[in-house]
Design a protein around this ligand. Structure first.
Ligand SMILES: Cc1cc2nc3c(=O)[nH]c(=O)nc-3n(C[C@H](O)[C@H](O)[C@H](O)COP(=O)(O)O)c2cc1C
Length: 196
């Protein structure tokens, strides 16, 4: 069984269309019987961004090589997964700050990446990262879109070779039926699941 880490940052929880899309994707994976899904719901975690003592604690632990400290558990969990699935809505041309705070906690030199005189080396085991998102308007191919673009580069940073984004778009424009837009995105997610 391949271990899939599903990072759920769908702030609106069961109301969220990103979550609906992600649930469809996860169900497609489960049908194969090949994956063990571990869900990390970021809204249920007590995640802190770096400031003052929390930042200083990290610097001290890294200097002392104490990589087994509980605060690095997210980085260890992410680094050990065979596949990564992330779901989050499109907010302010990107994704919610909660996901950025999680990523800030993931980036630990020596666990998820390493740098030396030869450059950057991703240390994560996963070979594929999939991002599922719902957008109010249409942003695919627009330079304004900064959420998926950023995550794609983070996958490179972590050493994850393959990246896919599936977006349900135009949901808040009011021109196309939302159900049709969701069905289109779900069909794309089904195709990506086949290549996972
Ligand atoms: C705080 C906030 C910021 C948003 N920013 C954007 C935006 O920049 N562009 C856009 O097209 N839609 C934006 N939207 C609309 C959402 O992308 C859209 O409603 C999407 O379906 C939300 O995903 P969810 O259903 O998973 O919560 C925003 C919504 C919220 C609540």
């Amino acid at each position: 069984m391949k271990k899939v880490l599903f990072v759920d940052c769908c702030i609106r929880r069961e109301e969220s269309r990103s979550k609906e899309l992600a649930d469809h994707f996860i169900a497609e994976l489960q049908k194969t019987g090949e994956y063990e899904i571990e869900t990390l719901c970021l809204m249920d975690e007590n995640l802190s961004y770096f400031s003052d003592g929390f930042f200083l604690q990290r610097e001290r632990l890294l200097a002392e090589g104490k990589m087994d400290h509980p605060r690095f558990r997210y980085a260890h969990q992410f680094a050990a997964a065979d596949k990564i699935v992330i779901a989050a809505p499109f907010w302010d041309l990107s994704f919610p700050a909660l996901l950025k705070v999680y990523i800030e906690n993931l980036c630990v030199d020596g666990i998820t990446f390493h740098t030396d005189e030869h450059g950057l080396h991703g240390l994560c085991k996963a070979d594929h990262m999939v991002f599922l998102t719902a957008r109010g308007a249409i942003y695919t191919d627009s330079p304004l879109e900064q959420g998926s673009r950023y995550l794609e580069q983070m996958a490179v940073f972590f050493g994850i070779e393959k990246y896919d984004c599936v977006a349900a778009e135009g949901l808040d424009i009011g021109v196309w039926p939302v159900e049709e837009l969701m069905d289109k995105a779900k069909a794309q997610a089904t195709e990506v699941a086949k290549t996972f």
